[in-house]
Ligand binder design. Structure first.
Ligand code: GH3
Ligand code: MG
Ligand code: MG
Length: 342
């Protein structure tokens, strides 16, 4: 894809390269100590995308200490690295790239991150307000003029990497159930929204199951809350084991209730997996203070399998409600799994 070159961005003059060279030697003498206030700093990985090899070399050297830099000379190479699952803490993107221009590249890079939000910093000679605004609106985290001041580059890259780290930690807390380590309802909602779009595009079959431990109150009443907690964790572990495919999502909704959301398997296959999982739960030992107790637990499940289509309006809460109706029937009839009729 051809683009109009942006003035000031195409060539690094000798003067620029000279300033980088000066910086490298200054760095070399500083010993590259990777500490701040006596604290060891985390080494962040940075992906630099620039078609000018001199810039790639310069950035690498500027970020030699405290960063691990990967340089690529085209947006396509960067996309291919992300597609292969490579993860970076910060992306430095040149706006004027010959294959795909930076503005177009921002959403393409973000799309491949599977929900991670890696800060993209535009690094360019074009610092017109309109370009800056456009870049930031498209989702860039920041804008740095070329040639960057090495110190400012390091500080900004670190600042964005640290902010992204903090955000990831907060998200992990917000989306994880602390007792079991499974996703909580919010986490499931997030995964569901991502996954259901893919399923609707491809008319893929999905299954939603709600599982609930039977007579759980009596476990608590007889053995205490700690054993109850251990029983919840044991069910969580077995659910993870039996629903471990990339297209399976297991969450704890709260209390002793769990949800499995899964795609790409038909009802018969899912029924079989659920049966095997329930058998494993029924025979799993429970412990009180490290000593095995006699008590075993069972779960009941309500479930449905349906095919996603572009036109259908799938909402997680509605699907869970429908599975819940089946779960209620399962409890009433003492059938251990009830599936919604197609
Ligand atoms: P049913 O067979 O109909 O499912 O009955 P049940 O006893 O399993 O369900 P009920 O809703 O009557 O009781 C659920 C109990 O789960 C009540 C609550 O105190 C307990 N509970 C909820 N969250 C937790 C938790 O995190 N840990 C423990 N140990 N107990 C919990
Ligand atoms: Mg360029
Ligand atoms: Mg229960």
């Amino acid at each position: 894809m051809g683009i109009k070159p942006i003035a000031g961005d195409l060539v690094f003059t000798d003067k620029h390269q000279e300033s980088y060279r000066t910086e490298f030697s200054a760095l070399a003498h500083s010993g590259g100590a990777n500490r701040r206030n006596g604290m060891r700093q985390k080494v962040y990985s940075v992906l630099t995308i620039d078609d000018d090899p001199a810039v790639l070399r310069a950035i690498s050297r500027m970020l030699r200490s405290g960063f691990k830099v990967t340089g690529v000379s085209s947006v396509l190479e960067a996309l291919s690295l992300l597609q292969q699952g490579e993860k970076f803490d910060v992306i430095l993107l040149d706006l004027a790239m010959p294959d795909i221009d930076g503005f177009t590249a921002i959403p393409m890079l973000q799309e491949l991150e599977h929900g991670r939000v890696t800060p993209i910093i535009l690094l360019t000679g074009d610092i017109a307000d309109t370009s800056q605004g456009k870049g930031l609106k498209l989702g860039a985290a920041d804008y740095i003029q070329k040639p960057p001041s090495p110190e400012i580059l390091r500080l900004r890259v670190r600042l964005h990497a640290e902010n992204a780290d903090l955000r990831a930690q907060l998200e992990a807390l917000a989306y994880t159930d602390t007792l079991t380590g499974l996703m909580n309802r919010r986490g499931l909602q997030r995964e569901f929204e991502r996954e259901i779009r893919r399923c609707m595009r491809g008319s893929i079959t999905v299954t939603v199951m709600v599982l609930d431990i039977d007579h759980f109150k009596s476990v608590n009443d007889t053995y205490g809350h700690a054993v109850g907690d251990a029983a919840i964790c044991s069910v969580a572990e077995l659910l993870k084991q039996f629903f471990h495919r990339a297209t399976d999502f297991v969450a704890r909704l709260g209390g002793e209730e769990f949800v499995v959301f899964s795609s790409e398997q038909n009802q018969t296959e899912m029924e079989l997996r659920l049966l095997q999982c329930r058998d494993a739960i029924k025979t799993a030992p429970l412990y009180d203070d490290g000593i095995e107790i006699e008590r075993r637990i069972s779960v009941s499940a309500g479930a449905m399998t349906l095919t996603c289509t572009q036109s259908s309006d799938f909402r997680l809460d509605r699907l869970i409600q429908r599975a819940d109706v089946c779960l209620y029937k399962a409890k009433e009839t003492r059938d251990s799994q009830v599936w919604e009729e197609n």
